[in-house]
Design a protein around this ligand. Structure first.
Ligand code: ADP
Length: 668
């Protein structure tokens, strides 16, 4: 199960910190986006208010233009009126003057001169109208203007009897010496007022309407199509006698949102910003995950590195130390800072092994490294310790060889254990030797008894001869020589026992198998005698020596012969033959070995016994120790040979051991 890296409160705090780190940029981005959205709207609003203001200004301009034109017409009319009052203008002249005026001022539909009785005197029309033919509001205004003695405009209306146009009449009462002498009536066609007085560029963009005070439309101009009622303006056009309303309605729609370049780019930019923010966030969270994993990996590696008992050392191609682990530092007693960057000679090199190190280092520089070797290093306090070193090339990710990696094992403990083992083994072997001696002690006593008895009887005989006066040296000599021989025999037996039992460290020398067999033949015979076993030895004189410890090999042979003799204990007498043979076995010319066979005709080895044959303390004998074969095998293997056994074809068992032949066949 995975344990969480952080405890819950710590995880909570880190989570909150993570959120806080993101909060400020997110808020800033949101603010930025709000500004981006607000800006175009503001721009749109500004644009529409600008258009509105423009419309108002234009409407004002149009109103002024109409007023200006009406006042110019007014001036012309008053001039003509004063000329009529002064009698400077007759009917014909009037027509001439007025028609010229009408040609230039097309908003004027007609001008009529009425006399004091309301009869037309002259008109721009071919058929002058009478006052009755004026519209009702016009007739009212005529009367009113006369009463107040000031020119007035009438409310626009369609005169009776015709379908159009809507006319607005300007009544100018004429007075001479305070006496009313008639009037001048200038009729304006309302539609022409708009067509003539409003400039084309303004009409193109706006629907312009003239209404009376009750919002009844009296004229409309829609050159650029109907107005959209988005931008509208209304101005009162106050004229003497009447108030008109000038309404302008722009044909322009409100500024549209999407076609607006600004809005478009804002949307694109915002999307891009959001996307890049998202990508950044994803990238950062991926990086954070990777960083977490890396941190975990690094702490795991550090923990692993620190808990390692094997020393690790990396070197570059020039042999400079690039890395050492804590175990290595502990081993040699120098810290990492003192070792990293060092080139040979290293501080942990023992002066006495300097040549060996240098030789190996030269090989490293040449690109040849010894994959495994044993040497000694020196600790800071000068203590030497054996190390086992494994070296291998250091290859980086790109497959480039960058140096060498070595793992160093301090084998001093192992050495100590090996030493202890060896000593115990020796002690065990000595013990085993003592044990086998114990077994043959009684026979030994019996054997020694014989020479001693012989010495005793020869000595008695000699003494008797001396006492009887027949102490002839010639007669005494054979007896004394026999005494000497018997004493030597006894001494030989005792020496070989002493030699055999003595605890000592193994030493290997070239030795002949024959010498070994001869050395222990008294002991073999001693064992064989109680069982009436006959011993046959076949050892060619040409056999080369083997390199070995004579006493240990004697012990092996003694063990094997003892087992063989015991195996034949219950045989019929003629089948109690023990044969010891030795022969040269040459696999190759360079690998010669001497094979010694101990052949008996005993009860053989059944499979259940065979399974535990070489195990320590395995024995089928009531008083057996079960160490014999185990020690034999260890000893033979220590000499670089093998111990095997096989069934004897003629019944019994053959135990065989081989030992590498010593090349120089000198004997000890
Ligand atoms: P021990 O002789 O004390 O029993 P060994 O290790 O020498 O211990 O022998 C182990 C056992 O192997 C013996 O008890 C015996 O059963 C069997 N063995 C050894 N040598 C022979 C042999 N030559 N013939 C038959 N059995 C043998």
């Amino acid at each position: 199960m995975n344990t969480p890296l952080l405890s819950p409160p710590a995880a909570d705090i880190s989570h909150r910190r993570h959120l806080l780190r993101w909060l400020i940029p997110i808020l800033l981005v949101l603010l930025f986006l709000l500004t981006l959205i607000w800006l175009p709207q503001q721009a749109q609003r500004m644009e529409s208010s600008e258009r509105q203001e423009q419309l108002i200004a234009d409407s004002l301009w149009v109103e002024q233009a109409i007023r200006f034109q009406l006042s110019r017409d007014d001036e012309s009319m008053r001039l003509i009126g004063s000329e009529i009052v002064n009698g400077h203008l007759n009917k014909e002249q009037f027509r001439g003057r007025l028609n010229a005026l009408l040609r230039n001022n097309r908003e004027l539909y007609r001008v009529t001169w009425f006399d004091v009785h309301g009869k037309p005197v002259a008109s721009t029309d071919d058929y002058p109208i009478s006052r009755d033919q004026l519209s009702a509001p016009s007739q009212e205004t005529e009367e009113h203007s006369r009463n107040i003695r000031r020119p007035l405009y009438s409310a626009p209306a369609i005169p009776p009897g015709i379908a159009e146009p809507t006319l607005m009449d300007y009544h100018i009462p004429l007075f001479r010496d305070q006496h009313y002498v008639g009037s001048l009536v200038a009729s304006y066609s309302m539609s022409r007022v708009l067509n003539e007085m409003v400039p084309w560029w303004f009409a193109q963009d706006n629907e312009i309407t003239l209404t009376d005070i009750d919002d009844k439309v009296v004229a409309r101009r829609t050159a650029g199509g109907p107005g959209l009622s988005v931008y509208t303006h209304r101005r009162e056009l106050e004229l003497p006698g009447v108030t008109l309303r000038l309404q302008t309605n722009s044909t322009k729609s409100a500024p549209k949102l999407l076609p607006n370049l600004l809005v478009g780019s804002v949307i694109v930019l915002s999307l891009g910003l959001l996307w890049s923010l998202w990508a950044l966030w994803r990238d950062i969270s991926r990086r954070l995950t990777a960083e977490g994993a890396l941190q975990h990996e690094v702490s795991f590696r550090t923990a692993m590195e620190n808990s390692l008992v094997t020393g690790m050392r990396a070197r570059d191609l020039e042999g400079r130390i690039t890395y050492v682990n804590p175990a290595f530092c502990k081993m040699v007693g120098y810290n990492a800072a003192e070792l990293v960057g060092k080139i040979p000679p290293m501080p942990y090199w023992a002066p006495e092994a300097m040549d060996e190190y240098q030789e190996r280092f030269t090989k490293v520089l040449a690109g040849r490294v010894t994959p495994q070797f044993e040497t000694i290093f020196q600790r800071r306090d000068g203590e030497r310790f054996p190390v086992l070193i494994f070296e291998s090339p250091l290859v980086d990710d790109n497959g480039r060889h960058t140096g060498w990696m070595g793992s160093i094992l301090d084998v001093s403990d192992r050495r100590r254990v090996e030493d202890l083992n060896r000593k115990q083994e020796e002690r065990l072997q000595a013990g085993a030797r003592l044990a086998s001696m114990g077994e043959i002690a009684s026979t030994l006593a019996h054997e020694l008894n014989q020479p001693l008895a012989a010495i005793s009887s020869y000595t008695t005989g000699a003494l008797n001869m001396m006492q009887s006066g027949r102490a002839d040296p010639a007669a005494l000599q054979p007896a004394l020589e026999k005494i000497k021989a018997q004493a030597q025999r006894a001494g030989h037996v005792i020496r070989s026992v002493h030699q055999f039992v003595k605890k000592r460290t193994p030493e290997r020398h070239p030795v002949l198998i024959k010498t070994i067999v001869d050395n222990i033949s008294p002991l073999i015979e001693l064992q064989a005698q109680p069982f009436f076993v006959v011993i046959q030895t076949v050892i060619p004189a040409s056999l080369p020596a083997v390199l070995g410890d004579a006493v240990l090999l004697e012990q092996v042979l003694l063990n094997l012969t003892r087992n063989a003799i015991q195996a034949m204990a219950s045989n019929v007498p003629e089948r109690r033959i023990l044969r010891i043979t030795a022969a040269l076995d040459s696999d190759t010319a360079s690998h010669q070995s001497v094979v010694v066979s101990v052949i008996d005709q005993g009860h053989g080895i059944p499979p259940d016994v065979a399974a535990g044959l070489f195990s320590p303390f395995f024995s089928t004998k009531a008083d057996g120790m079960g160490m014999g074969l185990n020690i034999c095998r260890t000893t033979i293997e220590f000499h670089g040979g093998t111990l095997t056994y096989a069934d004897n074809p003629t019944g019994g068992t053959i135990f065989r051991f081989s030992l590498p032949a010593h090349s120089s066949a000198t004997t000890t």
